[in-house]
Design a protein around this ligand. Structure first.
Ligand code: SF4
Length: 218
């Protein structure tokens, strides 16, 4: 894909995205615009289906809308509330530790810088970028497995890991697209540009895509 093609590609992705379900983390963020909620829902969502994440998040916020309220819940009870998200016992402990750090180090606020967010237990670049972009509406690029895979298939970047893709996109992707690229490509990756056998015959981006690494497609 040529650098300038990105404008047309994003235009097509915007048209296609409403056909499919919005990722659970995005629904939470759009409903609340609350960085703490985005952080919590990101942690719940790891290794968990969207439906399960959404339901667990709604149960949790009935009990805890702030780090202080979350910290008052025991790890055992928290695990029961968020069950059956993946690794619910571990995530319960993680959420309590994060709540403590937010209270003790950030005055109960969820930080708006990647560097500060990365100091929280178990928070990686993907979650940190999502909190910055969706929660604080500040520039950042959240690169998960879908963004990494699809940008490499296009030939827009040539990288070996999501973190490297993030830095490559920060240099190349026009900033006006930074926040929405994750939403657009997660939806596209879940529904069309799948990890195995993508549906290239139905893909309106095909004329711009080099299909790098795609051996089999439908
Ligand atoms: S043409 Fe195929 S590989 Fe390329 S973006 Fe579309 S579905 Fe993905």
């Amino acid at each position: 894909m040529k650098a300038n093609d990105i404008h047309e590609v994003v235009r097509i992705l915007r048209q296609e995205a409403p056909k499919w379900k919005t990722p659970a983390v995005t629904i939470v963020a759009e409903d609340k615009r609350n960085p703490f909620y985005v952080l919590v829902s990101c942690i719940l969502s790891l290794r968990t289906k969207d439906e399960t994440t959404g339901a667990a998040f709604r149960r949790l916020v009935k009990r805890a809308r702030t780090p202080q309220e979350l910290r008052r819940i025991s790890a055992d009870e928290l695990a029961r509330i968020i069950y059956p998200v993946g690794f619910y016992n571990r995530k319960a402990v993680q959420l309590r530790d994060i709540a403590r750090d937010l209270i003790e180090r950030f005055g109960g606020r969820t930080p708006d810088s990647i560097e500060d967010l990365l100091t929280l237990k178990g928070v990686g670049r993907k979650t940190a970028n999502l909190v910055v972009t969706l929660g604080h509406r500040k520039p950042g690029i959240c690169v998960d497995t879908h963004v990494h895979r699809i940008c490499n298939r296009w030939g827009y970047v040539k990288t070996s890991a999501p973190d490297k893709t993030e830095f490559a996109l920060r240099k190349k992707l026009p900033q006006e697209y930074w926040i929405e690229i994750n939403d657009l490509l997660v939806t596209y990756g879940q529904n069309l540009c799948a990890p195995i056998s993508p549906k290239c015959s139905q893909c309106r981006i095909e004329p711009y895509c080099k299909k790098i690494g795609v051996n089999k497609h439908r």
